[in-house]
Design a protein around this ligand. Structure first.
Ligand code: ZN
Length: 457
């Protein structure tokens, strides 16, 4: 069967080895595994005779493809035998509508002018090469230009259109962009320059290739990237690309270009500096923290309660003072004989030999006064009475005992109480320094303090 292109018979073939090492390999082009009965391979003989990749005669002069002939010839075309893409790719040409029962290369609707001799055909760019699928059945073309196809996808059916003498599939491989003369034999063999085989498994001589898709082509690296580390123009980083994956490393101390073919390197940053700090903690000058040098980095540890230096070893942070549950205002002790409060984390205790009086929440509890000869109740400050000789004209009644008069003791705007007996005591100050009032004045102090609290002026 003379199946395909004869118009350029005798074109000299390149003797150079065709390398297909990085190409996406081909899978069987037919959906069927038993519908093919004859093979006409790529003609590996430059002139005159014909010879195939296996050094046999299963070819014909000037044939630039591999013919897979349908069992049953044209009579089997209308049964419909699918053609599948041999690899993933993009459709770059597709043509349909030509007569598909040709028996000779010529005559009405048949010949080298019909679909460039391929009749109804599809061309797919499959990576580093393109594949022409020729002589398809009329109306069977399933793809259009621009379509993305996967390996094994049906693209049409076997027919006998164009320059052909009978039903077969013509598969022709060329470099992407290559012309007719650039077509090459996908089979590897003793009389083929192709190595390795472009088929994933090319199968036996005069048999179908394996229906096994090849691995997708390896990812490609962007232009300007290389497999070795290369500094950027600003020398702030270096980049390389391995198997399509770009890696970038920042070079904080700059990137140093090395001789061609050698990895560029990041400059080594200067060693970190802790100054005079040692590996042991020392207190800062204000003792608010401790610090040390660790791997060239200064480590600082804040000390809220101050830093305690150590003659040997690490300085330590002081333990913060703790008054427990004590508040800042005086509170009577459980036995009622003292009161305590918390000042800057330190507990202050005030003895109350005459007893402690609980006041309103948030205010200082008070110690009862201890008058001469006995215990005085804070609620009866006038029991012993103030000194009648007190010079304060506005003071309480000289006869004593008048509680209402006692409450009229002078209270100035600043909170000072002028007491009989000559003591002028500032209330705010006395709260902090705990002055010892004359025993006779205490009842007045207590009384006035209560009044002042209840009737602030
Ligand atoms: Zn052919």
């Amino acid at each position: 069967m003379k199946g395909a292109i004869h118009s350029l018979a005798g074109v000299a073939l390149s003797l150079a080895l065709v390398s297909t090492a990085s190409a996406q390999t081909l899978s069987r082009p037919t959906a069927c595994s038993t519908c093919i009965g004859n093979w006409y391979y790529f003609d590996e003989v430059a002139t005159g005779a014909a010879g195939d990749w296996n050094c046999g005669g299963s070819s014909y002069d000037g044939h630039h493809g591999s013919d897979f002939s349908l069992i049953g010839n044209n009579g089997a075309i209308d049964t419909g035998y699918d053609i599948v893409a041999t690899a993933a790719g993009t459709v770059v040409a597709a043509e349909d509508g030509h007569f598909d029962h040709c028996t000779a290369c010529g005559g009405a609707g048949c010949g080298s002018s019909v679909g460039s001799g391929y009749g109804n055909h599809v061309v797919i760019n499959e990576g580093s090469y393109k594949v022409i699928y020729g002589h398809m059945r009329t109306g069977s073309v399933r793809v259009a230009v621009g379509d993305t196809v996967s390996c094994g996808q049906v693209i049409g059916q076997i027919g006998s259109s164009g320059c052909t003498t009978g039903a077969h599939l013509h598969v022709e491989t060329r470099p992407v962009g290559g012309a007719y003369a650039s077509a090459f034999d996908p089979f590897q063999g003793g009389c083929s320059p192709t190595s390795p085989s472009l088929w994933t498994g090319q199968g036996p001589y005069r048999g179908l290739p394996d229906a096994t898709c090849g691995a997708p082509p390896p990812p490609t690296c962007p232009s300007g990237t290389y497999a070795i580390w290369t500094c950027n123009a600003a020398a702030t980083e270096r980049t390389r690309c391995l198997s399509g994956v770009v890696s970038t490393e920042a070079c904080s101390a700059g990137c140093i270009s090395m001789p061609s073919g050698t990895d560029d390197v990041c400059a080594t940053p200067p060693p970190p500096d802790c100054g005079s700090l040692s590996a042991s903690y020392t207190c800062t000058a204000d003792a608010s923290a401790r610090e040390r040098c660790s791997s060239g980095m200064i480590e600082t540890d804040a000390c809220a309660a101050g830093c305690v230096a150590s003659a040997s070893g690490d300085a330590s942070c002081a333990t913060p003072p703790d008054c427990g549950s004590l508040a800042a205002t005086y509170a009577c002790a459980g036995d009622g004989l003292s009161r305590a409060r918390c000042v800057s984390g330190t507990t202050e205790v005030d003895d109350c030999p005459a007893g402690c009086v609980v006041t309103a929440a948030g205010e200082d509890d008070l110690c009862r006064a201890v008058p001469d000869g006995g215990v005085q109740d804070a609620s009866a400050p006038d029991a012993s009475g103030p000194d009648a000789s007190a010079p304060d004209a506005s003071g309480p009644d000289a006869s004593g005992g008048d509680a209402s008069a006692a409450r009229d003791a002078d209270v100035d705007g600043g909170g000072s109480v002028v007491m009989k007996g000559g003591c002028s005591c500032d209330l705010a100050h006395s709260a902090g320094s705990k002055p010892r009032l004359p025993l006779l004045a205490l009842p007045f102090f207590v009384l006035v303090a209560f009044r002042f609290r209840r009737h602030p002026r």
